[in-house]
Design a protein around this ligand. Structure first.
Ligand SMILES: Cc1cc2nc3c(=O)[nH]c(=O)nc-3n(C[C@H](O)[C@H](O)[C@H](O)COP(=O)(O)O)c2cc1C
Length: 412
């Protein structure tokens, strides 16, 4: 992929309303309402007066049809699809299913404490919101809704550079802990200003995503494209003061194509380390060699991730790489995990393999689309409940009790 195509894809991440998108949105407005996630707590009495059951998600996957009914096809597929043949996307989820939990009996555990700390930040559970681009395209409240939901759940919201809201807008949305995920402007001075703005706005860590190069058939078929107003806002949010609505769409696209550094190297991290005191987390690690690079660069944490199967198809399931990475890290930096988490039991498995916490991408996007802040809050509560159940069933009173001995591999 050339630099221009990739930069466009980065900008896709900022969210967009193309002409076809606007038309599709209008059609979606006529679709039956599924905005029932706020009625999601069942009362046990069944439907009232012959009404259909409210669409009340009880699992993460229950949000998928709700999101689908709310969103234009192209937007739903932008969230849900993976790269090329989606081998990695499927494997991320299937690999969790292949792992088996073998719990002890007679453990006497009745209650659990899910709280933990991640890079020194106390959280109520080891489940964080992953950086997701274009949240404002999925729901008008976008990154602000996610930040509020995370704050209420007592966990960390990692905000994408391409979320569709400015650094300051998301920071002002809620008082919960936030980290900033950095896509790097090619203008280093602007990159520096972005980092300083994140610091000044109270973000507590920087997540630098290095697995770049999204190419998804669905997006190509759907001609998923940037609407002018969102592209303009995105560029201005980054700090490009020279763009304005007097620019043509083509001019903005051309400008955006040059706006991002898509060839990050060790030198960038040396520069970033000098520029900020915030902890730096490398996202996209799958090998012990990458762990060593992160250690050599004195980084603070890593996210084991294949970008949810949205980057190079054919990469292994992220959970299948976790053990090697944890062993290589050997406690020298904190290891987080994402890609394929759909159940509280998946969280237990990732923690049993040594992750400190997990992040959720699509579950956040689907639930936001389905019900805004309420939707994301509910998704986090579902995962919390499932993890609580998995921990009690496994005799784990605290997250520190979750150990590798709980796991059998499918081959065992
Ligand atoms: C719609 C969408 C947009 C994403 N945008 C970003 C992004 O801007 N920055 C980033 O680092 N990761 C991004 N990701 C990847 C997530 O942070 C995360 O790695 C991935 O979604 C985890 O897999 P999961 O979707 O199976 O939970 C995005 C994921 C999705 C689904």
């Amino acid at each position: 992929m050339d630099r221009r195509t990739f930069s466009q894809l980065l900008a896709f991440g900022a969210g967009m309303f193309s002409a076809s998108h606007v038309a599709a949105n209008a059609a979606a407005a006529d679709a039956p309402s599924v905005d029932n996630v706020d009625k999601a707590v069942p009362d046990g009495n069944g439907p009232v007066d012959g009404e259909a059951w409210p669409a009340s998600p009880v699992t993460i996957n229950d949000f998928i049809p709700l999101a689908q009914a709310k969103l234009p096809k192209a937007t739903f597929e932008y969230i849900t699809s993976g790269s090329e043949d989606e081998v990695t996307l499927r494997d991320n989820v299937d690999a969790f299913r292949r792992l088996r939990i073998l719990p002890p009996l007679l453990h006497g555990v009745q209650k659990t404490d899910l709280s933990t700390s991640v890079l020194g930040q106390k959280v109520s559970m080891p489940i964080l919101l992953a950086p997701v681009a274009a949240l404002r395209l999925f729901h008008p409240e976008g990154g602000r809704a996610s930040a509020r939901a995370a704050a209420i759940a007592g966990t960390i919201c990692v905000t994408s550079t391409s979320v569709g809201n400015s650094v300051e807008e998301v920071a002002a949305a809620g008082n919960g802990p936030k980290w900033f995920q950095l896509y790097v402007p090619s203008d280093r001075e602007l990159a520096k200003q972005l980092v300083k703005r994140a610091e000044a706005s109270g973000y507590k860590a920087l997540v630098v995503t290095v697995d770049l190069g999204e190419r998804k058939d669905a997006d190509l078929r759907n001609r998923f494209s940037l609407p002018k107003d969102m592209l303009l806002k995105h560029l201005r949010d980054i700090g490009h003061k020279q763009v304005s609505d007097r620019n043509t769409y083509e001019e903005l696209v051309a400008f955006n194509a040059k706006a991002w550094d898509v060839s990050l190297s060790v030198e960038f991290f040396q520069w970033l380390r000098r520029e900020t005191r915030l902890p730096i987390i490398l996202k996209g690690v799958l090998t012990k060699e990458a762990v060593q690079q992160a250690i050599d660069l004195k980084l603070d944490g890593i996210v084991v991730s294949n970008h949810g199967g949205r980057r190079l198809d054919g990469m292994p399931a992220a959970i299948d790489r976790l053990k090697e990475v944890v062993d290589a890290a050997d406690g020298r930096l904190e290891v987080l995990f994402d890609s394929g988490v759909r159940r509280g039991g998946d969280v237990l498995k990732a923690l049993a393999m040594g992750a400190k916490a997990v992040l959720i991408g699509r579950p956040q996007a689907w639930s936001l689309a389905a019900g805004g802040e309420t939707g994301v809050k509910l998704a986090l509560e579902i995962l919390r409940d499932e993890l609580t159940n998995a921990m009690i069933s496994s005799g784990c009173a605290t997250v520190d009790d979750i150990s590798p001995s709980l796991l059998l591999s499918a081959a065992t």
